[in-house]
Design a protein around this ligand. Structure first.
Ligand SMILES: [Zn+2]
Length: 173
């Protein structure tokens, strides 16, 4: 079974600064309002290398437009996404659907990244703070220790249920 790449906080595609990729024929920069400044800086850095095309987006309402734009690009294009988490996830997903590999995409996240934990007790996913080491499952309320393994299939870090100190007598099974 082939698992499509998804964007998560430790994705290889996420960078602090965009870098000029040699050997590409064109750069495409996609930015929302929050990512506009980073995009503009990189546009001037990339000037004079290869043709650069810029697409400004607002949010999910632009989904269809972004999809058409991505599908109209030719092989050898490098994609740069500069946006807040939600928009970056959307554009990344559309890019993967359009056939892009992670090697063809760089992402700069503006603001906080989001993480998700997959509960090994009820098999549901819960959002957590970026630096959290444990959390409570938003569905079954189990205390979860956030493991180091990210599941592309479950789209979350594996969360291992544990019994918090002092709660032993309350939690059954
Ligand atoms: Zn759960």
């Amino acid at each position: 079974m082939y698992n499509s790449p998804v964007l998560f906080d430790k994705s290889v595609t996420i960078v602090n600064q965009f870098t000029v990729r040699n050997g590409r024929r064109k750069f495409v920069i996609i930015a929302d309002q929050s990512g506009y400044e980073k995009a503009e800086i990189f546009t001037s850095e990339a000037a004079g290398t290869v043709p650069v095309e810029f697409l400004a987006i607002r949010g999910v309402e632009d989904g269809e437009r972004i999809k058409r734009f991505l599908l109209s690009q030719t092989m050898g294009t490098q994609f740069y996404i500069s946006a807040a988490w939600g928009n970056a996830v959307m554009v990344f997903k559309l890019g993967v659907e359009a056939g892009l590999s992670e090697d063809e995409i760089q992402v700069v996240i503006i603001g906080p990244k989001r993480r998700y934990v997959y509960c090994m007790k009820c098999f549901e996913v819960t959002g957590v703070a970026e630096k959290a080491e444990s959390t409570e499952c938003g569905h079954c309320k189990a205390s979860l220790e956030i493991g180091p393994f990210y599941s592309i299939v479950r789209e979350g870090y594996i969360g291992y249920p544990f019994i918090p100190a002092g709660k032993e007598e309350v939690v059954g099974s």
